[in-house]
Design a protein around this ligand. Structure first.
Ligand SMILES: [Zn+2]
Length: 690
């Protein structure tokens, strides 16, 4: 399960392109062996200042992220993480082919033109082709990563034909049709009613002759519904129909479909085994390798059980065919990798909060009978992504909860992580545009700049570890899903948020050494009100109501506190030069209000009071003030924030001694076309058609 942002050749030859540095035994001189990129490619200047924003095109912004935890790792751990990222990059072409059968051919032809074209690069056709290619890189194919619609080429077929001729590359007629015929293979995944889902979807999980009915009949014939521990049927295969009418699975494995890329993946995973942090990790990796070699889905199940129980260590990863969102029928998995490092700082914060979770419960503003006598903090893992590939890149999840097989989750548990460095890169790349536009005054901006990041992390820790663990149901009351129904998740998120808001202004946090000053709490209050009353509306179309649970809960909490505090002027609504601002005047009183609302929502949950829960959500969380919404949209527009964002990976470079042994690593940053062309050369293992 993926948590998305609510915003919207051989091992040896692979090594040649690495940014490896050879450490001279007797001098500190270093030597770079980079990949040869065309002269016009601007490399990111790693000697200058780091910058998050990378590139903007279409409806996309590309940004960078850092790996703050990297420096906490030992050399052996760094090697482990490095091998795992390389295993991921080695499979990155698979997703192009899975998304659409012509993607690799089109991508390579356009990359060749982009790299070698000697004509006028300022020419409109060339510029538009560049944008088209960047959109392909971002979406891993010619269909939009989110809307699934095919991209419109704003360049002519004549231009492309001529350009391809001059650089010595060709495309077959159907691939050209795929680019230029707006009626052909229009949608990557089509989930409309009344269509043949398989025929109407351009994804490459089924050969074009197959119909939805044939696919369903095939799977019906092999799936044993009575098996309590079923394999994930079809997860690692493409279904094809042969000339004689029979239907077969082409399995993704060594010696099968995607052989060359998977062989590379296995090579890097084998290296990773030697650097694993512990036995359990090594054992899981060996099973993954075995699965890639055999394609046996029973081994995939065994691997998942081993992986989910390998909880020790600072490094984890996902690597394989996992999520089935891109298959209209939900069988075949898209290749993806995320390598995850423990967020050491956040883990420390969490453990302090966790050790004190009973204190938080005992001192919570709840009715005595709604408090837990013995509360256990919820474990919540924040990690740093160290490299992403396949379906997880450049557009990335912000959290991952796996494995997907229900019986494994029930019997063996699951791992849930939130990608902390990705989330903070999103925040930082936005720059201070939104803050400056919507903050009431300079003081508020300064407070946010000084403490906003800590405040966000602290609030998340309290929300997850204490908030979701707090409180108890009255005897005989059903689960919130049964009693509060469709309002359960909004109210649960509101309750957890309120626990966080209540305690982030508590001196206890200072005493525990978690924060230095209550200014952290103040900046969280400012930000929460600003977001709940105004800025989050920028994600919504004018006229729409709020649907998403977190957005509902934030507006509920903010607008309830605004209304209830009106008499005491706790929060004031200020209109200046036609612009609206919300200013918190009394943080202590606001804290009391948060405590009161927390008590009420806990009561609603403990008693299963559907009517009160429904009224709170409907009255405060759903409807949008149309005038404010229009104003927010108008104020956000000039800030030029793109609807979709994604990432280039940091480049993990090896430093080697004269014997070729890795002695250290260094992290470099890249530009978008720099990284995409480098990957295209370095990890080109597949034929154009698979
Ligand atoms: Zn939550």
């Amino acid at each position: 399960m993926r948590i998305k942002t609510i915003l919207l050749a051989s091992l040896a030859s692979g090594m040649m392109f690495s940014c490896e540095t050879v450490e001279k035994a007797k001098s500190s001189e270093v030597e770079e062996t980079g990949i040869a990129l065309p002269d016009f490619i601007k490399k990111f200047d790693n000697t200058g200042e780091f910058a998050y924003p990378v590139d903007k095109f279409g409806d996309i912004e590309v940004i960078r992220y850092k790996i703050p935890s990297w420096e906490n790792l030992t050399l052996k751990q760094k090697k482990y993480a490095y091998y795992l990222t390389m295993a991921g990059y080695s499979g990155r072409e698979i997703i192009y082919d899975q998304n659409y059968r012509h993607n690799l051919a089109i991508k390579r032809a356009l990359e060749k033109v982009y790299s070698d074209y000697k004509g006028d690069r300022e020419n409109e056709d060339f510029q538009n082709m560049t944008t088209y290619l960047k959109r392909i890189w971002f979406a891993n194919g010619i269909h939009h990563h989110y809307s699934n619609e095919k991209f419109k080429p704003n360049f002519s077929q004549d231009f492309l034909e001529t350009a391809m001729k001059t650089v010595g590359t060709i495309l077959n007629d159907e691939a050209k049709k795929a680019i230029f015929d707006p009626e052909f293979d229009v949608k990557k995944v089509n989930l409309s009613k009344d269509v043949d889902l398989v025929k109407a979807s351009a994804v490459n999980f089924y050969s074009p002759e197959l119909t939805e009915k044939e696919v369903e009949t095939y799977y019906k014939s092999i799936i044993d519904k009575n098996n309590p521990t079923p394999v994930e049927y079809g997860l690692n295969s493409k279904l094809v129909k042969h000339d004689d009418g029979t239907i077969h699975e082409n399995t993704y494995k060594v010696g099968g479909m995607y052989d060359k890329a998977i062989t590379e993946i296995v090579g890097w995973l084998s290296k990773a085994v030697t650097a694993a942090e512990n036995e359990k990790q090594a054992h899981a990796l060996e099973l993954l390798i075995e699965y890639y070699r055999t394609g046996d889905l029973k081994i995939w199940s065994e691997y998942n059980i081993a992986w989910v129980s390998a909880t020790d260590g600072d490094i984890d990863y996902i690597n394989s065919f996992i999520e089935v969102y891109n298959d209209p029928l939900g069988y075949s998995g898209s290749f993806e990798t995320v390598v995850e490092l423990k967020d050491f700082k956040m883990t420390d914060i969490m453990s302090v909060v966790s050790e004190n979770v009973q204190w938080f419960e005992d001192n919570a503003p709840l009715m005595a009978n709604h408090k837990k006598k013995e509360v256990k903090g919820v474990t919540y893992k924040v990690v740093d992504a160290a490299g992403e590939a396949g379906d997880a890149s450049p557009s990335t999840p912000i959290g991952v909860n796996l494995p997907n097989a229900n019986w494994i989750r029930t019997q063996h548990g699951s791992k849930s992580v939130s990608l902390g460095n990705i989330i903070s890169a999103y925040d930082e790349a936005g720059g201070s545009g939104i803050l400056t536009e919507f903050a009431h005054d300079k003081e508020e901006i300064e407070l946010a700049k000084a403490h906003g990041k800590t405040a966000g992390k602290m609030h998340t820790a309290l929300h997850e570890v204490v908030g979701h663990a707090s409180g108890q149901l009255n005897p005989g009351v059903g689960t919130p899903k049964e009693t509060l129904k469709n309002y359960a998740s909004t109210l649960e998120e509101a309750r957890a948020d309120l626990v966080g808001l209540y305690y982030i202004m508590d001196k206890k946090l200072v005493d525990l050494g978690l924060i230095e000053t209550l200014d952290v709490g103040k900046s969280e209050y400012d930000g929460y009100i600003r977001n709940g009353m105004m800025t989050q509306l920028s994600r919504l179309d004018l006229g729409a109501e709020i649907e998403e649970a977190h957005m509902r809960n934030r507006q509920l909490v903010a607008s309830w506190a605004f209304e209830k505090g009106a008499e005491d002027n706790v929060i004031s609504k200020v209109v200046r030069d036609g612009k609206t601002y919300f200013e918190v005047n009394d943080y202590e009183k606001l804290r009391d209000l948060f405590g009161k609302l927390l008590m009420e929502i806990q009561r609603i949950k403990s008693e299963g009071d559907y009517v009160a829960g429904r009224d709170l959500v409907e009255n405060y969380g759903v409807k949008v003030d149309q005038a404010i919404h229009a104003e927010v949209l108008a104020r956000v527009k000039p800030l030029n924030i793109q609807p979709y964002r994604g990432f280039v990976n940091p480049k993990i470079c090896t430093i080697k001694n004269e014997d070729g042994e890795i002695t250290d690593f260094k992290i470099e940053y890249q530009n978008f076309d720099e990284q995409m062309l480098e990957y295209a050369n370095r990890f080109a293992y597949l034929p154009e058609y698979n």
